[in-house]
Ligand binder design. Structure first.
Ligand code: KE4
Length: 430
């Protein structure tokens, strides 16, 4: 029974476009109306009708410790009583910058902002200012937030100039964004050959989490690193999702690759609005006020968000939940694999640490074209069947499933059983 969610959704749509403040929340790609949530505790959330769910969205990644971790709540409460915001430097921002530098040594200097989009948008502007070049390369299926430069789909053949993916993005902007194919180094070499000395940056999710979860091959990332060294292109790792998620040092620590710039978000805010970008000192020094590249933000480094983010990162550093996250994530994936095999379902699972995806396609899934072959209608039926069994998954085939340190083995066993019976329920339509 979700009557109250339905009435709130009708009311929301009168004041908020689509009734939501971010499109994916609207359940458009899975069918049905969104649930309005009211409480989160550990691995569980409750909707306004009192239904409880095991949560695998986790605010899209930030809540690696689960909802309302006592130490994070305490840090926020304590800071709120002192001050919420000054718009002036605070020691908390230095502590955050120093801790991120300690955990991600490729980051020699850091600038804090208030969202992942601000981080990636600013990192691209900085790379353009540093190199004096105008074009950037991104990859089909990767998402870097909603700044104009990123809302560009590949032109035909993916090697021609981009075209706007959204009204409001100008052709002038689109022409400076080139799209490569993920995990296809040759596609990038071609773009570089077609645009000599014109590319400022290559921005990539080292483990893609926005076309579903698609890990980059080591060959691809090492190839990008070598190509950027050869062509004096700034290599930007967008670790907004993977930073402190897949490892304390992020994806760059797993691959052993040093990007020139890294963008961060989600986990470093512990559930409050934060983004950050950082990297080589010679590049970062170009940022205003130490350099000419302008970038600013009213709430950048906000004390409340710093308190929540520092509490989260310190718990990750001191308690090291990663081995347990790996054990739990492996348990869930193998439980799903057994169910899929028993049912003879044509599906592919991908996973890196505690971020994973169940694609309704035979696979392999190494790039967007292959991910896009997924049966999204089947995913919608699966999503709704799992929701009906108290399991709250990402309302889109092209997102990630997140396990937190708060998920218990009992939660996982319940999820595996729900997966088994949900697949049985939708079997005939697969
Ligand atoms: P935000 O501006 O939403 O904080 O971050 C943008 C962003 C940048 N880079 C990566 C790799 C990201 O995953 C994101 C945001 N991720 C989506 C979920 N896939 C946010 C959810 C939403 O848009 O509501």
């Amino acid at each position: 029974m979700t009557n109250r969610s339905q009435s709130l959704f009708e009311r929301a749509k009168r004041s908020i476009p689509g009734g939501v403040n971010s499109p994916v929340r609207a359940f458009r790609s899975v069918g049905g109306d969104p649930l309005f949530l009211t409480r989160g505790e550990g691995a569980h959330v409750w909707d306004v009708d009192g239904n409880m769910y095991i949560d695998y969205v986790g605010s899209w990644g930030p809540l690696i410790l689960g909802h309302s971790h006592p130490k994070v709540v305490e840090a926020i409460e304590k800071q709120a009583r002192i001050a919420t915001s000054f718009g002036a430097p605070t020691e908390l921002e230095i502590e955050m910058a120093e801790l991120v530098r300690e955990l991600m040594p490729s980051i020699e200097m850091l600038r804090l902002v208030s969202s992942g989009t601000e981080a990636t948008m600013s990192a691209v502007r900085l790379a353009r200012g540093f190199t004096g070049r105008e074009k950037i390369v991104k990859f089909e299926g990767c998402y870097h937030g909603h700044a104009d430069s990123f809302l560009i789909k590949a032109g035909s053949g993916a090697l021609t100039l981009g075209s706007p993916d959204s009204p409001g993005v100008t052709r002038g902007t689109a022409q400076d964004t080139l799209n490569g194919r993920y995990n296809d180094l040759a596609s990038v070499e071609m773009l570089v050959a077609l645009n000599p000395a014109a590319i400022a940056a290559i921005i990539v999710e080292p483990i893609a989490g926005n076309m579903g979860v698609v890990p980059a091959s080591e060959h691809f990332l090492k190839g990008l690193r070598a190509l950027c060294d050869r062509e004096n292109i700034v290599l930007i790792f967008d670790e907004v999702m993977t930073g402190f998620r897949v490892a304390l040092g992020g994806a760059q620590s797993i691959y052993g690759i040093r990007p020139d710039l890294t963008t961060l978000g989600k986990i470093i805010g512990g559930g409050l609005p934060v983004g950050a970008f950082g990297g080589r000192r010679d590049i970062m020094q170009m940022l205003s006020p130490s350099g000419p590249v302008y970038q600013a933000g009213t709430l950048s480094g906000n004390p409340l968000a710093m308190a929540a983010g520092l509490a989260t990162l310190r718990i990750l550093q001191q308690e090291n939940p990663y081995p347990e996250l790996e054990r739990k994530s492996a348990m869930l994936s193998s439980g799903f694999a057994a169910n899929l095999q028993a049912a003879g379902i044509n599906a592919t699972q991908t996973r890196v640490g505690s971020m994973s995806c169940l694609f309704f396609t035979g696979g392999p899934v190494m790039n967007f074209d292959q991910a896009f072959k997924s049966d999204t209608a089947a995913y919608g039926r699966y999503f709704r069947a799992m929701l009906g069994r108290g399991i709250y998954l990402a309302p889109s085939q092209f997102e990630a499933m997140f396990i937190s340190a708060a998920h218990s083995d009992a939660d996982l066993e319940r999820t595996i059983e729900a997966n088994r019976s949900a697949i049985a329920e939708i079997m005939d339509s697969l």
